[in-house]
Design a protein. Sequence first.
Length: 367
Amino acid sequence: MSNVVADKYGLQVGTPTLSSAGAITFGPEGILFVADNAAATIFAIHVGDDAASAEPVEVAALDTRVGSLLGVARENVRIAGMAVHPGSQAVYLSVARGRGASEVPVLVRVTNGKLAVVELADVPFAQVRLDDAPGVDDDRQDIVLNRSDAHSETLEIRGVTLTLTRVKLRASTITDLAWVDGILLVAGASNEEFSSTLRVIPFPFGEVMQSSSLEIFHVSHGRYETASPIRTFIPFDGNTSVLASYTCTPVAHFPLTDLQPGAQVRGRTVAELGAMNQPLDMIAYRYEGAEYLLVCNTRHPLLKIPAAAIAGQEPLTSPTEPVGVPREELDHAGVRLMADLGTDQVLMLQREATGDLALHTYSTASL
């Protein structure tokens, strides 16, 4: 990276010390933003890819191969985030190596089917700490579905078996990230009483971060809620708003102009995708001039939503069965994470029938 670019974005050469690695997304000039919930910090790291490739990505037994790369069994690999470099089209993964207190955060690059650890020694980077994060001694909890570890419990509710993991609220400080026109949008939980939060962080880091508390009507629960954090979101409508999805599974619309410092913002619930379910990822893509959304979930199929239906959707404000904008179920089983790969391909991290994780590429025409 040139000194001009480093100076432009306030990056200094050094070694970022990650305590954990969760959601990731790319910003300008190939800068990778990495969420570190344990440290309540976001790192901006220049990863230095140059060669461009738009070839479809197909990688079988990904978790086994990542485990082999890191020297652990497949069961000790958890892939927490995925992003595609906008220039090289290399796939980046944020990975937890090990379990519980022994977890070690690692970034892995996938290029032309080959895996490599992203070395973090002597790289240009910057970091910002979230002062409104839940404290390490905050006893409030968040519930994560479909993630098994030593703290998980299995419950059967109305014939549906769920795996619940209770984590400290601090572990959900940052649940998702998005880069929009010079700012980093950061969803997650805060130390406020109304803990569901969407932050606006200017980049380069250094200017004042703005935080807004969020409120939505949760159809499955039949009430307005302010505690459950956004699980996944995307910029929408020409980057003037966001669409966000929550556990059990409302989808809500928030205009960015509403996100003022200290404001409590009520989102417009536009869809209810079903109870006892947690959204895992959401992306948007275009095909033949129309925009579509994809939402992958812990329990329900991959869902496709026409973006054009959202603008005219009246707010959902009563407890009913799944309603709102139309949606279509797609036959893509086990999708866990997604990313746009070029302009006409979508990359999916999928759990196969064998139990393996794999990377598959689909043309937008096939969706």
